[in-house]
Design a protein. Structure first.
Length: 270
């Protein structure tokens, strides 16, 4: 492909890449739409700031194909590229918005899609920091529109549980932000944006690691100004990207997409 091509469509089209007549036709086949919600934040020396959002776009396209292979139509919206990224703001280029802004924008996105006829909504997590707000937003939207269903599937634990089996790292349970798993997924989708020559490896000390296992059972939500990512890791990396491969990324995506497929089929009776 020539260097002067400004936009390359890879995989199934999202609403962003379709014409309005194509969307009108799609609405005769489905009322289900997936909205990825990502971020623009640092991802170390080797991955672009848009990594979370790019993975969201990759996931929604793979998900559309997964359903299409079974003869089921779904729609995918363009990825929301900004999210809750306060902890990354000491790294140049990172962009963060408030919870209020995130929820206001997504509310109006859903209002628009509702106007056109969509009734089943997947707020697709494409940045872990957005999860609490997406869960709250889902409740608010369901109260506002009585004939819709909104789900927020948290695929991250499903993905992490596969790391010991899929990753090549000697420390698979310590591969987090921009580590082997995330780098592998980026190699599977946008390899030309992965700069392994400048990659760095760094494992966060347990007392500062937000992913470190807690000495108690159960699920506890916490909010603190605490450590920023810069204090945890000088490079912005939590793990080691050096053993990442596109093949590993495809395996991880397959696990994620199959799980999302099962969740959506059940929740929306597709």
């Amino acid at each position: 492909m020539s260097d002067d091509v400004l936009y390359e469509v890879r995989g199934p089209k999202t609403l962003f890449e379709m014409t309005w007549p194509q969307i009108k036709e799609l609405l005769t086949k489905t009322k289900t739409v997936v909205i990825p919600v990502g971020s623009t934040e640092q991802h170390g020396h080797h991955l672009p700031l848009g990594s979370d959002s790019m993975q969201g776009t990759d996931m929604v396209k793979r998900l559309i194909k997964r359903f299409d292979d079974e003869g089921i139509a779904i729609a995918g919206a363009q990825t929301m590229p900004f999210g809750i990224s306060h902890a990354h703001m000491k790294f140049p280029g990172s962009i963060t918005i408030s919870s209020k802004t995130l929820m206001a924008v997504l509310t109006e996105v859903v209002q628009s899609l509702y106007h056109h006829g969509f009734r089943n909504y997947v707020l697709l997590l494409s940045h872990g920091g957005n999860l609490p707000n997406l869960r709250l937003l889902a409740n608010d939207l369901a109260l506002q529109y009585r004939d819709i269903k909104v789900i927020v599937p948290d695929w991250i634990p499903i993905n992490s549980a596969a790391y010991p089996e899929v990753l090549k790292s000697n420390r698979p349970k310590n591969e987090h932000h921009s580590g082997e798993g995330e780098t592998a997924r980026m190699l599977a989708y946008t390899p030309k944006l992965v700069d392994m020559e400048n990659a760095e490896s760094y494992y966060v000390e347990p007392q500062m690691d937000p992913y470190h296992p807690k000495p108690y059972s159960g699920s506890v939500s916490t909010a603190t100004s605490g450590f920023g990512v810069k204090e945890m890791t000088p490079y912005g990396v939590m793990g080691s990207p050096f053993k990442a491969t596109a093949e590993t990324g495809d395996k991880l995506y397959e696990i994620i997409i199959n799980w999302l497929y099962d969740v959506m089929k059940y929740e929306f009776n597709l």
